[in-house]
Design a protein around this ligand. Structure first.
Ligand SMILES: C[S@@+](CC[C@H](N)C(=O)[O-])C[C@H]1O[C@@H](n2cnc3c(N)ncnc32)[C@H](O)[C@@H]1O
Length: 378
């Protein structure tokens, strides 16, 4: 089993929080599509013989490229890789790109999972985030997505936005669950250096919400999602049974993936590679058969830390049998020691030899995870 990620870096407007690689100008996008297609052909041995079960168009904003361009990329992938019978094919859509004809076209291209970047149902939040859609467009996009025939629909929300109260967040969630979505990604706003919010924060112009309010919003999210039958399978992800994101779950379960496009990462159990974070440099290098990615062989310690970082965020947690067989006794003992402390605090529990975070633990997951990381000098 393996996955393919395609990074489409174009955006019509830059969101104030976004730290992903993106560019505003679409001038070179025809060359870019050709480069993606060429990359898909030249790197088709990276995944070995592994059948591809998920394909994911992310960004940036994948919905700014045409149906014909998406079709050409998919044709190349289907031609140069072994694809499973029923692959999960996801595309991220911005609500104001969700034109009914475009959606119908995606449906006809056999894309079977739509991820809508709704973020909030309140115009005030959308303005603060510098999104290019408003709440009315978001609602229309949701309805049009179902009308086009999609049933496997997920949406992104952001909470912890300055000015968003727990009451308003509860209302956003109530509205969300009126739609027959199968999956929800809800992220606490993080202020990343270099973003508009990051620069405001440096100047003392961005006031983050306090910890108590953050915890309250996270609790509301868990309560409401679980009441609707959604399973909290990763810190920021909730899905109905059978509708977890296969693509992202594979990342968290150390399944191989190939990332196409500028800034995309790849992983094949032995190495990690990352493509140059510049669309022009990427196109030129692909065209001139030059290398456009860097990489590293993964040391045991890196593999250990990556395993902890991803597994602890999920409901499956750290599988101690896996740790015992994959890492040495030192790794096993190291985890068991720390786990004892966190179990005592009620932040962690053991389920059939798996160590998972309790809801209380999930609230401070970043702190717990960083304590589990093996430092470089050990
Ligand atoms: C790859 S982005 C999706 C891009 C897509 N063009 C969009 O914005 O709709 C995936 C999601 O991560 C979330 N996200 C990205 N940066 C974030 C941040 N700094 N804080 C919180 N959530 C963030 C947003 O909900 C976003 O929709």
């Amino acid at each position: 089993m393996a996955g393919i990620y395609i990074h489409i870096p174009y955006c019509k407007k830059i969101c104030a929080y976004c730290d992903f690689y993106k560019v505003i100008s679409k001038d070179n996008h025809t060359e870019f599509i050709k480069a993606i297609i060429k990359e898909s052909q030249t790197r088709n041995n990276y995944l070995g013989d592994e059948p591809v079960s998920t394909i994911y168009f992310g960004g940036g904003t994948p919905s700014v490229i045409s149906l014909d361009e998406i079709n050409k990329i998919l044709e190349s992938i289907f031609k140069f890789y072994r694809i499973d019978n029923d692959p999960e094919i996801t595309i991220e859509i911005n609500p104001d790109d969700a034109d009914p004809d475009y959606l119908k076209g995606l449906y006809n291209l056999k894309i079977n999972r739509i991820s809508l970047g709704i973020q909030s149902w309140r115009d005030t939040d959308l303005k603060i985030l510098n999104r290019r859609h408003n709440a009315a467009q978001a609602e229309k996009a949701m309805n049009d997505t179902f009308t086009a025939g999609f049933s496997n629909v997920t949406m992104d929300l952001i909470y912890g936005i300055p000015g968003l109260s727990s009451e308003s967040w509860a209302e956003i969630l109530d509205k969300t669950f009126l739609f027959p979505i199968k999956h929800l990604s809800a992220y606490h706003l993080t202020v990343e250096p270099g973003t508009v919010f990051g620069k405001m924060k440096e100047k003392g112009l961005f006031k983050e919400i306090d910890e108590e309010e953050s915890a309250s919003q996270f609790n509301i999210l868990i309560e409401k999602a679980e009441k609707e039958g959604f399973i909290h399978y990763e810190i920021s992800n909730f899905g109905l049974e059978g509708f977890f994101s296969k693509h992202n779950t594979n990342y968290w379960k150390q399944v191989k993936y190939l990332g196409l496009g500028p800034s995309a990462h790849s992983f094949n159990n032995y190495s990690r590679q990352w493509n140059v974070k510049n669309v022009t440099a990427y196109i030129n290098a692909v065209n001139n058969n030059k290398t456009f990615f860097a990489g590293e062989e993964l040391s045991t310690k890196t593999k250990f830390n990556e395993y902890i970082m991803t597994s602890l965020r999920t409901m499956w947690g750290i599988d101690m049998d896996f740790v015992e067989t994959t890492f040495d006794k030192e790794g096993y003992d190291y985890i068991m020691n720390l786990a004892g402390k966190y179990k005592g605090y009620g932040l962690m529990r053991e389920e059939n030899k798996n160590l998972v975070l309790t809801n209380q633990g999930k609230m401070i997951s970043d702190n717990i995870i960083s304590e589990f990381m093996m430092p470089d000098n050990e």
